[in-house]
Design a protein around this ligand. Structure first.
Ligand SMILES: *Cc1c(COP(=O)(O)O)cnc(C)c1O
Length: 358
């Protein structure tokens, strides 16, 4: 994506450099306005990264020690770390085995008198079942913070991710569908009160310079990153269409490959294919075979959060979340980026078929 944007990117950098205004200036404000509009919400606050976006959202909701927050058992560690930062306890809930997104029926079972919030994650780029999750939250008086780091532009029932929850966090880490040239993130919301609170929390708990009304943080979005993001946002929908096209090539090419489990999209959801994740019972062998043939793949994610050393204190064991554990053993992310050609997809699929027949 970047070679085609080189001149425009350098133009953004030159303006930033000559402008001599590096923190919380007009580029951040402009990007916040643009991203709120893209995400069909009233407000956006640019922040330092996705983890901080989730953390600041939970903090604005007043979540802290003694509270429980529901998170998927198969998410990236950041969704869970943000809960830990507040002092609350993460409660893991298994995903649907087809979509890999948090299962609303399982959420219901995990609710206790201590539950305060749910963090659905639109994993791999597919929108989670938000209408049902919002209904469960409403019935039980819970907050919802979407983790939209992987699904910029995805929709469920025609409504865009990052616009369902009371607060919605996203990441613009370079590898995301919309990525900065460094760390960046945002919180989106329709609530003026939460917007105002997070704006203060990201900047030392200050609304007026040197007047601090609460114990805040330095979790701001950089001017330079905001300028780059405004430029790249103009291309996001085109890139999404390309990702979907590439995914369709893979799906068509591998549909008869019966040792491979292909991604499934819920009929009401769209998928923006941040990742194209297949499953194989011989995953490690397949990954090694592809590596030998110069095809790079990754595993998202090899260890579920409840089995991470960092969370040993929670006392979970192997077998506690079998769906997440099985995904960790079988999932493999194939190459996908907006510049990929059909020929590249054919070559990769050719090796996968050859592996299957071997
Ligand atoms: C990338 C990611 C994050 C964290 O974003 P950073 O900007 O790297 O802090 C959180 N949740 C999910 C699901 C992610 O993929």
């Amino acid at each position: 994506m970047h070679p085609a944007l080189r001149e425009e990117m350098i133009q953004v950098f030159t303006e930033f450099y000559d402008g001599q205004y590096y923190v919380l200036g007009k580029s951040v404000e402009q990007f916040e306005t643009e991203y709120a509009a893209y995400n069909k919400v009233k407000h956006c606050v640019g922040v330092s990264n996705g983890l901080d976006a989730i953390y600041l959202s939970l903090k604005a909701l007043g979540i802290g020690p003694g509270d429980e927050v529901i998170v998927p058992s198969n998410t990236f560690i950041a969704s869970v770390l943000a809960v830990s930062y507040t002092g609350a306890k993460p409660i893991f809930v298994e995903p649907n085995e087809l979509t890999y997104n948090i299962d609303p029926k399982e959420i219901q079972k995990a609710i206790t008198p201590h539950t305060k919030a749910i963090i659905p994650v639109h994993l791999y780029g597919q929108a989670a079942e938000m209408p049902e999750i919002m209904a469960i939250a409403q019935e039980n008086g819970l907050w919802v913070v979407e983790d939209n780091a992987q699904a910029h532009g995805a929709v469920f029932d025609g409504k865009i991710t990052g616009s369902f929850g009371h607060l919605n966090a996203t990441s613009f880490y370079p590898g995301k569908n919309l990525g900065a040239l460094g760390d960046a993130g945002a919180v989106t919301t329709d609530s003026l009160e939460f917007y105002d609170n997070i704006k203060s929390l990201r900047n030392y708990g200050s609304r007026v310079k040197y007047h601090n009304s609460e114990i805040g943080h330095n979790m701001r979005l950089d001017e330079l990153q905001a300028g780059i993001l405004s430029l790249k946002l103009q291309h996001l929908n085109d890139w999404t269409v390309k990702r979907q096209q590439i995914a369709n090539w893979y799906l068509a090419n591998l549909k008869d490959c019966n040792s491979i489990h292909l991604p499934y999209t819920h009929p009401q959801a769209s998928h923006v294919y941040h990742l194209f994740v297949i499953r194989s019972q011989r995953r490690d062998e397949l990954q090694e075979y592809l590596r030998q043939n110069e095809i790079g793949t990754l595993i998202h994610y090899p260890i579920p959060p409840h089995l991470q050393e960092a969370y040993r204190g929670l006392g979970y064991q192997q077998g506690d979340f079998p769906i997440a554990e099985n995904l960790a053993k079988t999932a493999l992310s194939l190459p996908i980026w907006p510049g990929m050609t059909e020929e590249m997809v054919e070559v990769i699929c050719g090796y996968i078929r050859k592996f299957q027949d071997s």
